[in-house]
Design a binder for this molecule. Sequence first.
Ligand code: CS2
Length: 494
Amino acid sequence: MKNYKLNAENLSNISERITVPQYDRKIIKTGIVHVGIGGFHRSHEAFYTDQLLHDPNNKDWGICGIALLDFDRRIYNTLKDQDGLYTLVVKELDGTHTNRIIGSIVEYIYAPENPLAVIEKMASPEVKIISLTITEGGYNYNEANKTFDFTNPLIQHDLNNPNVPKTIFGYITQALKLRQSQGLKGVTIQSCDNIQGNGHMIKMMLLSYVSKAQPDLINWIESNVSFPNAMVDRITPATTPEDILKIIKTTGIHDAWPVVCEPFKQWVIEDNFIEGRPAWENVGAQFVKDVVPYEKMKLSLLNAGHSVIGIFGALMGYNTIDEAVNNPNIRTFLMHYMDEEVTPTLGNLEGVDLEAYKKSLLDRFGNINIKDQIDRICSESSAKFPIFILPTVNAQLQDKGDITSAAFVVAAWAIYSLGKDEKGKGLIIKDAMQPILHAKALESTANPEAFLEIEAIFGLLKDSKPFVEAYTTAYNDILKHGVEQCVFDLNANI
Ligand code: CS2
């Protein structure tokens, strides 16, 4: 079998082996600038958009991918080398793989090398949407005082050097300023991150930044920029060297950075696009008036579920989410947490079969073909817990509901943050707050409550007597008996 490198020139040869875009990529206009071209964007928005570009009436929605951080150089180089093309590998439930070449990313810019090009592209009249996957931590939100974190050195840099920004806030502000000064139309800023009210969040954070950087722009933004909320969903593990080799072996195609994902996908979007939008509903997205209940459900069941399995799994020495959730003790704990602590906080979810949703989550987590990495799930937990788990705790505390399982998970996280699993093997903790997490975890071995003193994560939770009691009991029990035994005991008492 002849081998081909993935690029535009080889596409017709490749089409004999893998499904390729059936549209002429050269005539596609860039209507979307997307910041953060990691795996999730490429398995989700770029996938939906690729499907849509097959429709002759939707040729104006190509994507320009922005690699924002120094760290993103590798993905930029890869996309450039492959003319923006990459393989999306759907790992089906029966273990087979469905490969498809995605063609919707038609341009790409490496921001650190060319900040002006990014600003100009974001301000280009044909661009109607600036979408974002900048991770939960990327919003620069300080949980402790519920405001924009102006102490971040990168934000200070952008305030002092507006023409060569480094953060998304600096870039968008410059682009909007350019739009305003040239009398151009506004734009939609669309968050695709796992944050409750992600549209509200980006709006609030951006306006905070603009109020210092360019206060005269605020009114223009209020009338010309929209910020739809959305719930996004598709489990997308990190690509492994085996994934790359498998494509070469089975198809003879060399793709330096394919994306792998589960078959399930969901995108529920608030229909609030000031300058128009792609007809993503034609390819499976749902447009609704109020996306808040969907977001809440997904974040506090799926994402929180992931964190529960991830932290327990890491302590117990598992490598993948399916291994951990297929442990009956973890599974029972998770089901109990979802039913007794999360479900009462979800309110009215009209039209959603919550029981079926919860069951489908367990099936998705347990899918042995996905092999989602525990390391990926546990990474940046300091940005995830405040969004995925703590809102449930606060709602339950307010309603005098049960918080035993959530307190147990937080205690397990404190012990995880010591940096060793229960067999004594070192854990690699990837977290922007790792130094403080580790320091507080060490302090907690003598005084468990110390971990809860990290206000930027926990806010004022340390003042809740019922939570602190449940947490401290769990902490001491886990240290003494290990997670699995404790979970077993807890399950026995439900
Ligand atoms: C995960 C998410 O990062 C995490 O902790 O929970 O990446 C999750 O896989 C996606 O949100 C699924 O839609």
